[in-house]
Each structure stands twice: as C-alpha cells, then as structure tokens.
Design a binder for this molecule. Structure first.
Ligand code: A3P
Length: 321
C-alpha cells in the first residue's frame, strides 16, 4: 500500500514538473493544468484527489475562486450545520472544513471515512477539473462568486503578504498583478472561466450547485443564510427563527467579529506544507471585507479592461457581477 502511494506520488511529481510553469507571482509558482493555473505546491493534492475522492451523498463541497470569501462561507456553513455559532469563537473558520487539495497533498491518502457525517469540504478546483466521482455523486456544492476586480485586489494583498518573516518582502507593482490576472495567471485562474463553469452547472442542475455571490451575502446575509440552510436540508424551525438563531449566526460569522478574535489573529495556515519562502498567516484571511474596494486600486482603464473581459467571456451566460 505504502509502496503504491509512493509510486503514485513520484508519478504525479514527474507529471507536475512537465507542466507549463509561470513565476510571475514571485514566491508562488503556478503550473498550467487542464486550462487553469494552480499553485505548484497544491498540485500533488489535486492529482491525488482526482484518483481517490469518493464523495458520499451527504457531503457538502464549499467551492470558490481564492479570495472570494471562502473563510466567511466556511464559518457560515459550519454555524448552520452545528447550530452552534459560538464554536466560531474558538476555531479558525479555515479549520471548520478542510481544504480537499491540501488534505490530499500530504504523503498519504487521507482517510476521509473517519470524518463525521455530514462531511463538509472546501476546494478551489474548477468544476471541469473535479473528478467524475464528484460530477456523478448526489453530493451538493455551494459555490461562492465574487466580483473579479475585488477578487484581484484581495489576491494581490494576500500574495504579497505571503512571505516568511526572514524572506525578503515581495515587490510587485499592482499594474503587473492586473496584467497577470487578466491573462488568467493567478491562483486557479482564469477567474471568469472558473465562475462560468459553476454558474452553468448551477443553471443545469440547481439541486447540485447553489451559486452565491459575496455581494448578495453582504447586502442581505440573513436571507442567504436561510437559503443555504434550506439547500443543506437544514431549514430553520419556527422556534429557531423566534430565538434569533439566524441573526446570531450572521453576527458571529461577520468580518467584524471574526477578524477581532485572537484565534484568527495568530499562527500560520498550512504548516504541514513545504512552502519555500511562503508563509500564510491565519490573520491574512481577513483584510477589510468590503464590496467595491477595487475603486481604491484601479484606474478607469484597468476597470474597463476587466469589464470588457467579463462582457466577452460571460456574454449571454446570464452571469453578471
Ligand atoms: P478582502 O481582501 O477584500 O478584505 P478567502 O476567504 O476566499 O481567502 O477570501 C478572503 C476575503 O474575504 C478577504 O477579502 C477577507 O477580508 C474577506 N473575509 C474574510 N472573512 C470575512 C467575513 N466574515 N465576512 C466578509 N468578508 C470576509
């Protein structure tokens, strides 16, 4: 068994090293796999889970393009599922549902059967790259979409802050980040194709994919929490509504609440990885949590360039930002 795992791992490493490489994001090398740019360090996990993941019908998969509000989604789904939002006071939302590709990136295939049901996983893998076992399974997907301009701003701050204390800070002009992002060169990019794939699947199979937008969640979080609970097969009872459960979940999952907690301010994410010069601080999942922060960073030309790409790629899809 161990020999097989080792052989498969070596085989994957050879495959990964033959994929196109891009080092524009400094300490975060990307490799092109099946039309999307993946962080190199996560690809062993992607390849492994494509072979081994066997979802059950009760699994819930939380999916997003990185920096779209995954942390918030994890907190909300965890609180809805446990009906105990106070647990968020002592647990980083990233630890509420394991990231699948990170889980599978270790030396051994993880034993997912040991996890309590209903299992909640997260992933950033595009729909077309998910294994057939997920496509064919009745397991449910909740996809969180965010306006690409805000997603880039969030990505930019996240990546340039992602260095070890002893490593030199990464100098990268924002204009360069815009250039790369528009070409699809960013973690799991291009963003438009990523969103479109899940959008189209949600149109085809609304029972399979619940498609949510960060901006709608900000505008009316309680309405979205009710939608999520129904989709998860856990609607709020009249008694829970009376007790203010929905409001409590929203309050304890809010940016203001979570970003102020000590547990979310200290420590590192992904300590099990060899990230080279990279270090991902737990605090880096919280920056300012605003809609429209791109206005502070974009020139009119940059915004028009993004909007033109969206018009071109999302044309007639029904997906708007
Ligand atoms: P900003 O960088 O724009 O502030 P992800 O969780 O996918 O990595 O996305 C991170 C983004 O979600 C960051 O955006 C972060 O501030 C924001 N975020 C984190 N927790 C949030 C919450 N509880 N509510 C709203 N936004 C949140």
């Amino acid at each position: 068994q161990k020999d097989n795992e080792l052989r498969a791992r070596q085989h994957h490493e050879e495959e990964i090293s033959s994929l196109p490489l891009h080092e524009g994001w400094r300490y975060l090398p990307l490799r092109l796999y099946k039309g999307f740019w993946f962080p190199e360090f996560i690809l062993p996990g992607v390849l492994s889970l494509r072979h081994h993941l066997r979802p059950t019908s009760s699994d819930i998969l939380l999916v997003s393009f990185p920096k779209s509000g995954t942390t918030w989604l994890k907190a909300l789904v965890f609180a809805i599922s446990t009906r105990n939002p106070e647990l968020l006071l002592s647990r980083h939302p990233q630890d509420c549902s394991p990231n699948l590709e990170a889980f599978f990136a270790g030396p051994h295939v993880p034993d997912l059967d040991a996890l309590p049901s209903p299992r909640q996983f997260s992933t950033h893998i595009p729909y077309s790259v998910l294994p057939k076992s997920v496509h064919d399974s009745p397991c449910r997907i909740i996809y969180l979409c965010r306006e690409p301009k805000d997603t880039l701003v969030s990505t930019y701050h996240f990546v340039i802050g992602m260095h070890r204390p002893e490593a030199a800070p990464q100098q990268m002009p924002f204009t360069e980040a815009v250039e790369l992002f528009c070409k699809g060169l960013s973690m799991y990019g291009p963003v438009w194709e990523h969103q479109l794939e899940y959008w189209q699947e949600s149109q085809r199979r609304p029972d399979k994919v619940l498609f949510l937008k960060y901006e709608d969640m900000m505008a009316d979080p309680e309405a979205i929490v009710r939608r999520m609970a129904e989709y998860m097969g856990k609607p709020f009872s009249a008694a829970e509504e009376m007790n203010g459960m929905v409001g409590e979940i929203v309050r304890l999952s809010s940016f203001e609440k979570l970003s102020g907690l000590e547990i979310n301010k200290v420590g590192l994410w992904g300590k099990e990885f060899d990230l080279g010069h990279l270090a991902i601080k737990n605090s880096s999942f919280f920056r300012n949590g605003k809609v429209g922060d791109w206005r502070e960073h974009f020139t009119a030309e940059m915004a028009e360039r993004f909007d033109a790409i969206a018009r071109d790629k999302l044309h007639q899809s029904g997906l708007t930002h």
